[in-house]
Design a protein around this ligand. Structure first.
Ligand code: SF4
Length: 707
């Protein structure tokens, strides 16, 4: 995979947030993925040693561009796009929204484009109207045309959603920070050269541009009064000498502020490690690496309360009102008065190795995209009033307050079909809201239910007449009530189905799970459904973590398979092609019961998925710990798209591929029947003809396809 990187001035040792980001990121990426060929295009004007042609396994290409503030990066990126095309790059990765103005050209050149949005730079005071227009246009093109956008903070993701409604292929990958390397001299040689004492100075780090507000910081520091014995140190410089940077330096010297110039490495580490307080007074940031660095050195911190800084989640007394010098003075003073020096911060989100892995995933998915799922099954609850013999869900109820919510469902992807199941979905008091959320995700929603809560069921169907209802009935009255453990269930279910029919609800039917004792009743139920003009779905009982059953085994296989074969022939006699496909499905059940190979490959987790009540995403509901059971991720901690395209999801799919269970359940069989429609179609046509000729279906010569 060949990646061309642009939008950075280059590295190593070149000042700037994007430059530091790239310097940390790309060597790690090449260390993770040896197949990745990364070329970073640098701007010659910033490169101190052009003879350096690579940085570890990262290659450099230096291209000259005139140093004209405002357009330099756009012109350079334009040249980079042509270079990427000519050198056969698979992906052009553009850093920053200014350079992203070139995205339309890159797309026209046939390149796949990733843009990292480091922050809304048009809010920076240093840019004039023309440069701001370029930046806004770059953001627009990135939002509209980039194949993938990486954002370094949730605040930037919010900008893309609110301004451009772009939520797809937007990846939140934070800026990273290195842990302090240690090994600093206890003699503080750099502090000595600057005439500083450890713990007796306030530190600010950054470029000398207006939005850093270093002038305000000097004013606030001068107002400190009795704490004025803390020196102020500003580490950084400007790329171009401007009136602002000149005046800032004059003001600093007049007030005895220590200016270090642009420093890196051990000198900067020594400054961070010994500062009494780190201050970042900016009015604009993306996700400031200097703030993360100060956190990594466990310094006390005061930062402006702009969205990018708030997203870091510091304690409230670390934030000051960004445009108030008085508040800045007060917060600095309060922090300096605190006795403790070392602070504890959670930096787990900002780990460069993780960031590098996530960036590689973005590249991989761009080149090898995973198709979105078509079917989803949402297990709303494990609470259930029934006491079924073949299922122990009812003995392991969920905590109602922790069950998946309608809001969480609204964040799931759009699919063609949703099945709502349980437990018993109608125990949920918010089921109407849940169904309403489901209809925003799919045009077809079917609820699997015991039918026990008949009044609630009728009320729901009145509100959503397009809803599908499948009531589980395991046999005629005596058998059903015995197997489901609640007398009166059969009568209630039949009454409810009749009422639904009267109401004009079309998508209704029975579902029958066949076990050892009810396959003869299954045929009677089929006749009943046929006479009522309702759908008739079948299943064979399975073992799984979901059912909490591990001893479901059909022992009278001959009898059960004989009855399924009769059902297949009856369904083939029907005139509606849907029944012929049901016959194919039932042939699959015969194969399952006989321990034969699945008729179609299991692609659980590829075309469909299950979400269980606490938010875990599974490929199916047939898993058993004794074989394997692994979640793809949890929608409460990770957005669905990230889960679906994650390495963990790939790992789960590999396990599905090798899964020994060979089960045949509607949730995982139906999606592949649709996907490989030619197989059931050919079988249905052949056997329909046999049926018309009065011959039984051929059940044991299916066409298998290679998964
Ligand atoms: S065969 Fe497929 S549906 Fe059955 S447990 Fe394995 S992965 Fe799940």
């Amino acid at each position: 995979m060949k990646i061309t990187v642009c939008g950075t001035r280059g590295f190593p040792g070149i000042q700037g947030g994007i430059e530091t980001h790239c310097e940390e990121l790309y060597p790690r990426i090449t260390a993770i993925e040896e197949d990745l060929d990364i070329t970073v295009i640098r701007r010659t004007g910033y490169v101190s040693d052009p003879s350096v042609r690579n940085y570890g396994r990262v290659r450099f290409k230096d291209i000259w561009v005139p140093r004209i503030s405002g357009i330099e990066s756009a012109v350079h990126t334009l040249i980079c796009a042509f270079y990427a095309r000519l050198t056969g790059a698979d992906i052009l990765h553009i850093h920053g929204i200014g350079p992203a103005i070139v995205v339309p050209v890159a797309k026209l050149l046939g390149l796949r484009v990733v843009v990292t949005h480091h922050g809304p730079d048009y809010a920076r005071e240093k840019w004039g109207p023309f440069a701001k227009l370029v930046l806004r246009t770059g953001e627009y093109f990135a939002a509209r045309l980039a194949d993938e956008i990486i954002v370094i903070s949730s605040h930037i993701a919010g900008i893309l959603e609110s301004k451009y409604r772009r939520t797809q292929h937007v990846r939140l990958i934070y800026n990273g920070v290195n842990r302090p390397a240690g090994g600093l001299s206890p003699d503080h040689p750099y502090l000595g050269r600057l005439g500083l004492e450890p713990g007796k100075y306030i530190l600010a780090v950054g470029r000398f541009v207006p939005e850093k507000n270093f002038g305000h910081l000097i004013d606030a520091w001068l107002q400190l009064g009795e704490q004025a014995d803390y020196r102020l140190v500003i580490a950084g410089d400007s790329d171009f000498e401007t009136a602002y940077s000149r005046n800032l330096k004059i003001k600093a010297r007049e007030n005895n502020v220590t200016l270090t110039g642009m420093i890196k490495g051990k000198d900067l580490a020594e400054l961070y490690a010994n500062a009494a307080l780190f201050v970042l007074p900016s009015s604009h940031e993306g996700l400031p690496i200097t703030l993360l660095e100060a956190m990594s050195y466990r310094r006390k911190i005061v930062v402006s309360n702009i969205p990018a800084n708030l997203a870091v989640n510091l304690a409230a007394d670390s934030y000051f009102q960004w445009d108030s010098r008085d508040d800045l003075t007060m917060k600095i003073s309060a922090q300096l008065r605190k006795k403790n020096t070392d602070q504890d911060y959670d930096l787990s989100r900002y780990d460069w190795d993780t960031i590098a892995q996530e960036t590689v995933r973005v590249y991989e998915h761009l080149l090898h995209p995973v198709a979105p799922p078509t079917d989803m099954c949402i297990i709303l609850t494990y609470r259930c009033p029934m006491r079924c013999k073949m299922c122990n869900i009812w003995a392991h109820p969920t905590m109602r307050e922790k069950e998946i919510t309608a809001d969480e469902i609204r964040r799931l992807p759009k699919v063609k079909f949703i099945n709502l199941t349980g437990g018993e979905p109608f125990v949920r008091d918010d089921l109407e809201e849940v169904v309403s959320a489901c209809f925003t995700r799919s045009p077809r929603v079917v609820i699997s239910t015991s039918g026990w809560f008949d009044d609630k069921l009728i009320a729901l169907a009145e509100r959503f007449p397009q809803i599908g209802i499948r009531i589980s009935i395991e046999g005629l009255e005596e058998k059903n009530d015995e197997l489901r453990g609640r007398p009166g269930g059969f009568a209630k279910a039949i009454r409810t189905l009749g009422k639904l029919r009267e109401m004009g609800v079309k998508d209704i039917g029975f579902g029958c799970t066949v076990s050892n004792n009810n396959s003869a009743d299954m045929l009677k139920l089929y006749e009943l459904s046929h006479s009522l003009g309702m759908e008739f779905a079948t299943a064979a009982f399975h073992n799984s973590y979901y059912f909490h059953k591990y001893d479901n085994e059909i022992t009278n296989k001959d009898e059960v398979c004989r009855n399924f074969a009769k059902l297949v022939d009856l369904q083939l006699k029907e005139s509606h092609p849907k029944s012929w496909f049901r016959a194919f499905f039932n042939m699959g059940l015969i194969h399952y019961i006989e321990g034969r190979r699945r008729l179609l490959p299991c692609e659980a987790g590829l075309v469909n998925f299950f979400v269980e009540p606490y938010g875990d995403v599974y490929p199916c509901n047939g898993l058993e710990e004794k074989y394997w059971k692994e979640t793809m991720g949890n929608i409460r901690t990770t957005d669905f798209q990230t889960i679906w395209e994650s390495r963990q999801a790939d790992k789960v799919r590999r396990q599905v591929y090798n899964c020994p269970k060979n089960c045949w359940m509607v949730g995982t069989a139906s999606p592949v029947m649709k996907k490989y429609i030619r197989i059931p179609l050919a079988w249905a046509i052949r056997n329909k003809i046999r049926s018309l000729m009065g011959k039984p279906a051929v059940l044991h010569k299916p066409t298998y396809i290679k998964p």
